[in-house]
Design a binder for this molecule. Structure first.
Ligand SMILES: Cc1ncc(COP(=O)(O)O)c(C=O)c1O
Length: 359
């Protein structure tokens, strides 16, 4: 069989190891996963909605996410036809590339950043132009300087993964004033709910400029990673193209009802954000106490700069039932990323880390 030539040089995305796999492989009964930036507790308030929906499992879901669309549009004060729902916000990345990229078009990504932009861009036949991060932050001047007549999309993870840093309103406003209308600026805001108050008013920029899409997800602060649901907000015209290329039933019924229950549950969201903030401070404090460098984070994870190869640290933690994220695949062998978990999980991580340092 003749597969697409361009697939030869594409490395698949390697997700954080699942708890079940580590339990099986190492014969452990208790494993803590601090590797995929999920929140550490499941939202119980969605149970009734899911239970109620079970009786409809033999029927396809509504293709347009009717109730969820109304709820999100009202919450964000945007038009319903500006929203595109996806099987996770990841899917919106793929859809944006699919509607814009002709062979050889250019896509600008930060480096290192969330790897999906680069992988999906290559699959769609784009030339990927990397703009290296400086001091763990996106360098917007460099990105603007890299724009050519072939540039179609600029991907910006804000806040960023794996660094946890963010770009503020002023920085983004200045940046956007330099971007031609022919280029789509894709703001991936998966960690929006954890970001500080000077975070960009992306909705306002979208209204003013048009050549913008921003994505948000129910996977992180809302605790629905297992349901796979996220969305993009853009102009009605761009949204209509994205809808043209998406699969008709890309968001299943359970994800839809769970997300409807989540959208306006400020109480759960507050609880999550407060918990994560507090536990992040605990991690900062402990890391500081042991003279371990880390990057201050606007998300629910912390990037640790170990200043030497983390492979043996990673394996030590794994044997002790703690999964963190190695970053060798990002070209960052001295760094590891730790998701903020429950207090007992964070404490176990810190205790193991200390034991490793004293070995
Ligand atoms: C920057 C960023 N974007 C998108 C995603 C994926 O989100 P979703 O679960 O909505 O596909 C992640 C998940 O880790 C992420 O870190």
């Amino acid at each position: 069989m003749m597969f697409r030539k361009r697939l030869e040089n594409i490395n698949s995305y390697k997700p954080g190891k699942p708890v079940e796999e580590v339990k099986r492989a190492l014969g452990l009964t208790q494993v803590y996963k601090l590797a995929s930036n999920e929140i550490p507790f499941a939202p119980a308030y969605i149970n009734r909605a899911i239970q109620k929906e079970l009786k409809n499992i033999n029927r396809y879901p509504e293709s347009g996410c009717f109730y969820l669309r109304k709820a999100v549009a009202a919450k964000l004060k945007v038009r319903e036809d500006q929203i595109v729902f996806g099987n996770g916000s990841d899917e919106i990345i793929t859809l944006a590339l699919r509607v814009l990229i002709e062979e050889g078009d250019e896509v600008i990504v930060g480096y290192p950043t969330f790897l999906i932009y680069e992988i999906q861009a290559k699959i769609e036949g784009a030339e990927v132009v990397r703009a290296p991060l400086r001091n763990f932050r996106y360098c917007l001047d460099d990105i603007a300087a890299k724009i050519t007549a072939r540039t179609k999309i600029i991907f910006i993870a804000n806040p960023d993964n794996p660094t946890g840093t963010y770009l503020n309103n002023k920085e983004i406003e200045n940046f956007l004033s330099r971007i031609p209308a022919s280029v789509l600026v894709f703001f991936d805001e998966a960690y929006f709910e954890f970001a500080p108050p000077d975070f960009p008013k992306t909705i306002r920029f979208l209204k003013e400029r048009g050549n913008i899409i921003f994505t948000r997800t129910f996977s992180k602060a809302f605790g629905l990673a297992g349901a796979r649901i996220g969305y993009g907000v853009t102009t009605p015209s761009i949204a209509s193209f994205l809808n043209k290329v998406r699969e008709p039933f890309n968001v299943n019924r359970f994800a839809q009802v769970a997300a409807v229950a989540a959208v306006n549950n400020g109480k759960f969201l507050n609880k999550v954000v407060t918990y994560i903030k507090r536990e992040k401070q605990y991690l900062y404090k402990e890391l500081k106490a042991h003279d371990i460098s880390f990057i201050k984070s606007a998300t629910n994870f912390v990037l640790i700069d170990f200043r030497k190869d983390t492979a043996s640290l990673y394996n030590y933690l794994l044997k002790n039932g703690i999964i963190v994220r190695e970053l060798a695949g990002w070209g960052l062998p001295n760094l590891c990323r730790v998701t903020v978990g429950l207090h007992k999980e964070n404490k176990k991580f810190i205790d193991c880390f200390k034991r490793y340092l004293n070995k």
